[in-house]
Design a protein around this ligand. Structure first.
Ligand SMILES: [Zn+2]
Length: 287
């Protein structure tokens, strides 16, 4: 098994369907990513849940269902199925929200399910052409939807978000949103605007949300956040200058914390926690 150097990436290889060669071997029962009514069908496993395979689900689709071969994961074919209705699953399979499966599916199955969820959203929002209104079709060789009338092509959408630490020696500036659990603070984050670089977005978001200026931006890693199609780009930055001015519409508090006196931190499934761990490791010398 190949272990990825990156914490939020697939550990084994995935080849998208439109990149597969003629002689690609497919020697495993397929993984079926079956979505309906914003839920995914999963089957119990020793460690929680797993993505079902054809033999387990005995999937009997209706003609209204959308089925797409999305690629090969470790030589296992993967299919996206958008079921028109939530059929009653066989054996112990059950419908669940993807978010609730964080930590209950294997690392790779969860990432593949997120990929499937993003493709499901893409299909559901591109049934008709956004330019002329004609019914769209799947492109024959690209991962795209194409309009037969005007040739407009719609590719799966990814919405970049920047998330960043703001550090000064042993201290870190964190924000608190009103919907956070009691006592929790997190690095600031925000969507990248149209026509904006990730670096520009970091500088703008920090200024907007906390009123301060940062410098020495360092890109760390990224995480797919498929709710519905974000890509989190993680940075560490150094505080430069400015007084804290809180953006009241989004945050109820922004304040400095010392590494030895940190608040409740976000869950360890998220890049926000990973960035915090990087900071803590640097300053304390331990994870
Ligand atoms: Zn069109």
């Amino acid at each position: 098994m190949t272990v990825s150097l990156f914490p939020f990436s697939l550990q084994k290889t995935f080849v998208p369907a439109n990149k597969l060669g003629q002689n690609q071997s497919e020697n495993e029962p397929p993984l079926l990513f079956i979505f309906s009514n914003n839920q995914i069908l999963v089957t119990p496993s020793l460690s929680g849940y797993a993505i079902p395979r054809q033999l387990v689900t005995q999937y009997a689709g209706s003609s209204a269902d959308y089925i797409r071969h999305i690629g090969l994961y470790d030589n296992t074919p993967c299919y996206l199925i958008l079921a028109e209705e939530q059929f009653t699953p066989v054996q112990d399979c059950q419908w669940m929200n993807l978010r609730a499966l964080h930590g209950l599916l294997s690392h790779d199955h969860y990432l593949l399910a997120g990929k499937g969820s993003e493709l499901a959203t893409w299909y559901q929002t591109n049934i008709f052409c956004g330019r002329c209104g004609t019914a769209m079709a799947d492109h024959s060789t690209e991962c795209a939807r194409i309009c037969p009338a005007c040739n407009f092509m719609a590719f799966p959408r990814t919405s970049p978000v920047v998330i960043m630490t703001i550090e000064q020696e042993d201290n870190i500036l964190l924000g608190r949103s009103p919907h956070y659990p009691p006592g929790m603070y997190s690095p600031l984050a925000g969507f990248v605007d149209a026509g904006e670089t990730a670096e520009e977005a970091v500088l703008r978001e920090v200024k907007e949300e906390a009123g301060v200026k940062v410098k020495d931006l360092r890109y760390i890693t990224s995480q797919v956040w498929p709710y519905p199609h974000s890509l989190m780009l993680g940075f560490r930055t150094e505080y430069d200058h400015g007084e804290i001015i809180i953006e009241q519409e989004e945050l109820e508090d922004v304040r400095w914390f010392n590494v030895r006196n940190l608040p409740v931190l976000p869950s360890n499934i998220s890049i926000s926690r990973y960035l915090m761990e990087c900071f803590i490791k640097d300053k304390r010398g331990v994870f």
